[in-house]
Design a protein around this ligand. Structure first.
Ligand SMILES: [Zn+2]
Length: 308
């Protein structure tokens, strides 16, 4: 077996944002399921578990906690806070990194405030978080928009917090690399055994491949995504995601050159081999979502969101 075995953000969304965050939140009466928390390294203060729709991870600096993603709902965030307190013996959450702003990963954010914790977010999402911080009553978060990367040394922690250089899974993807365990936390940029999701209004194939270049350059050992099983062997998962995205990009550029209608794109897709882990229906959703916004060179324009 593998060794690694909402005051909602919606309220703060004055600026254009991913569709999932603009949608009404799911009711959050109770946690989705009792979490199973894993500590993958005996001597490292690193834990992760599934909270609602996604995996959240945290690291112990010695006198504080660095949290990666905040769960899907207020109830799941409450459960996450309880697990952080249990595993770290009640150390405070001092830092939060948001791998992206999809609701299933971070609608639990408000449960961690009021607090003067520092929140790291891709610089392209910083205005949304600044609006959020301005609405917190009492101690409010310090928001750091990461444009390229931030190196954080705090107590035992040696982290690189990196921003995807362009829109990828969303327009504001962020990753965290723990250089002690060589584990990279990738959000939805790599989703082991799950189909990459390209249906966000800002998803961009070329930008996503650039983000994978950044992840490859870290030479990570382990990889923890918000969806899919964590793995101690990151390289094959990075390679599979790259293969799917590059195949999809080439296929869609070819269709664009032929000015193929959408029905034709879907039909041709059924005989293409894009990757071995995406069901055909999901690949069709991915393909059409990008194709509608694609320019002949394979770049995309973000889809306009409906006016409120
Ligand atoms: Zn996502």
């Amino acid at each position: 077996m593998n060794r690694f075995a909402s005051f909602l953000l919606t309220a703060a969304l004055a600026a254009p944002a991913p569709a999932a965050l603009a949608a009404p939140p799911a009711p959050d009466t109770k946690p989705s399921a009792a979490p199973t928390v894993v500590q993958p390294f005996k001597d490292a203060g690193l834990w992760y578990g599934v909270f609602g729709g996604s995996i959240c991870s945290w690291l112990d600096s010695g006198d504080g906690v660095f949290l990666i993603d905040t769960a899907s709902s207020a109830a799941d965030a409450k459960s996450l806070k309880a697990e952080i307190a249990r595993t770290t013996k009640n150390k405070p959450v001092k830092w939060i990194a948001m791998t992206h702003l999809h609701a299933d990963s971070n609608d639990g954010l408000a449960a961690f405030f009021p607090s003067d914790a520092t929140v790291f977010v891709n610089a392209r999402g910083a205005a949304i978080l600044a609006d959020f911080a301005a609405r917190v009553k009492g101690p409010a978060p310090n928001v750091i928009g990461v444009g390229d990367k931030v190196l954080l040394g705090a107590g035992k922690l040696r982290l690189e917090i990196g921003a995807a250089p362009a829109a990828a899974h969303t327009d504001s993807d962020l990753f965290v690399f723990d250089s002690v365990t060589r584990t990279v936390f990738v959000g939805d940029l790599v989703t082991p055994d799950r189909c990459p999701m390209l249906s966000d209004p800002a998803s961009d194939l070329k930008g996503w491949i650039l983000a994978l270049d950044r992840l490859d350059a870290l030479k990570p050992a382990g990889l923890v995504a918000t969806r899919g099983n964590p793995t101690s062997n990151a390289a094959p998962e990075l390679a599979r995601t790259r293969l799917y995205l590059t195949n999809m990009l080439q296929f869609l550029i070819d269709q664009k050159k032929k000015n193929a209608p959408e029905a034709r794109v879907t039909g041709e897709l059924s005989i293409e081999k894009l990757g071995d882990y995406c069901p055909r229906e999901l690949s069709a959703i991915n393909a059409l979502s990008v194709y509608r916004r694609m320019l002949p060179d394979g770049s995309t324009v973000p889809r306009a969101l409906p006016k409120k």
